[in-house]
Design a binder for this molecule. Structure first.
Ligand code: MRU
Length: 369
């Protein structure tokens, strides 16, 4: 059996339990758009490393990948742990390792915690000798996380598309598409749904320094589907808003605090300020799994700082084996991977349960009731 359902969009993460050892295929996003290469993952440690190295990236996609990593580990752990207590202790260490692989996107911890909870319930309920049932229940939950993400994205797409005029010009940042999710997209899900109803829309994609997810991934993904896209450097967004005219900005999120402050790819904050200056509506598109009601405000969101070389150079070539230096190799660099956009710049948060509007402390909470 091929464990994930078929979609007509690109799949970043696929659980495979064919006639082979259980494994996960990750589309290696570091190699796009030059090559479409899949990496085989067989252990939770390999999955944690793949998440850190951004073979898979995007908040919902790393949640799904983390969940599948947990399943891979559980299949191993049941062989070597004779009782429920040692199995739980061993899986708790694995969960901690997976969750630490990227700290800002809360979807990762959310997904791994959800599986840990199912494991605990199963072990409490079942005779621990019936490990097959435990394994099946946890794997079923991981697949449900993937499926729910895909369905939720489509719902967000419909909500977002309804906000747009005919021939809309949409600006987006980073990649919040099929590549970043279970296979449809949050911000690009809105684009997909809008394009289906009106093929005259056009997308402006920020290139998104330093890792160029907009140039490498969003441009590629939209071109695969024939959706009109124009690539711009990040520094051009304000001019595009003023001189070309943008109807709305749609971006994804890595974590949304209870007051609506939103962490997303570095550069989102300056885009929101530009949008406010040009009276362009600025929407966050994200599933409920990205909302972290345990954090009162955005300054509490942990922000990942990455390798300074991401800013100093670009890597390319087969297996990313060529380095082109853009700056002196020893120049000091500040490289936060995400920023927090204050809630006051956000017009609305589009989720699978509806659109939240200010004041967010009330509207976000209401989505969970
Ligand atoms: O560093 P990345 O590429 O994982 O950052 C991705 C983003 O910031 C996305 O906008 C966010 O995860 C939402 S993806 C639907």
């Amino acid at each position: 059996m091929h464990s994930t359902y078929a979609t007509d969009t690109v799949q970043a993460v696929t659980l495979m339990d064919a006639h082979d050892r259980l494994h996960v295929l990750l589309l290696d996003q570091r190699q796009l758009p030059g090559a479409v290469v899949y990496t085989r993952i067989e252990t939770a440690e390999q999955m944690a490393e793949a998440i850190t190295q951004m073979i898979v990236r995007g908040a919902p996609a790393i949640g799904i990948a983390g969940a599948y990593g947990f399943v891979l580990a559980l299949h191993e752990a049941v062989q070597s742990n004779p009782d429920a207590t040692s199995l739980l202790a061993s899986m708790s260490l694995i969960a901690t390792r997976l969750k630490a692989s990227r700290p800002t996107a809360v979807n990762l911890a959310w997904a791994v915690n959800r599986l840990m909870q199912v494991l605990q319930e199963q072990l409490a309920e079942c005779n621990p000798l019936v490990l097959k049932a435990v394994l099946e229940a946890v794997q079923k939950e991981a697949l449900a996380i993937h499926e729910e993400d895909y369905q939720g994205n489509q719902q967000m797409g419909r909500f977002g598309a309804a906000l747009l005029p005919k021939g809309a010009k949409i600006l987006t940042h980073c990649n919040a598409g099929a590549l970043a999710t279970g296979g449809y997209g949050t911000a690009l899900g809105v684009v997909r749904a809008a394009y289906e109803a009106d093929p005259t829309i056009r997308v402006y994609a920020d290139e998104t320094r330093p890792r160029l997810q907009g140039a490498r991934l969003t441009a590629w993904e939209l071109m695969q589907d024939g959706i009109p896209v124009t690539l711009i450097a990040d520094s051009m967004a304000a001019v595009v808003m003023r001189d070309i005219g943008i109807d709305a900005v749609f971006v994804g999120a890595d974590r949304i605090a209870a007051n609506g402050d939103t962490a997303n790819k570095i550069g989102t904050y300056q885009l929101a300020i530009s949008a406010a200056a040009h009276q362009v509506p600025f929407y966050i598109v994200a599933p409920l799994s990205t909302i972290d009601l345990s954090l009162a405000e955005g300054r509490l969101i942990p922000i990942e700082e990455r390798d300074p070389d991401e800013v100093r150079c670009v890597v390319s070539g087969d297996d990313n084996d060529m380095t082109v230096w853009l700056a002196p190799q020893a120049v000091p660099v500040f490289n936060p991977s995400f920023d927090v956009t204050p809630a006051r710049y956000i017009t609305g948060v589009i989720t699978e349960k509806g659109i939240a509007y200010p004041p967010y402390a009330e509207s976000l909470l209401a989505l969970f009731q």
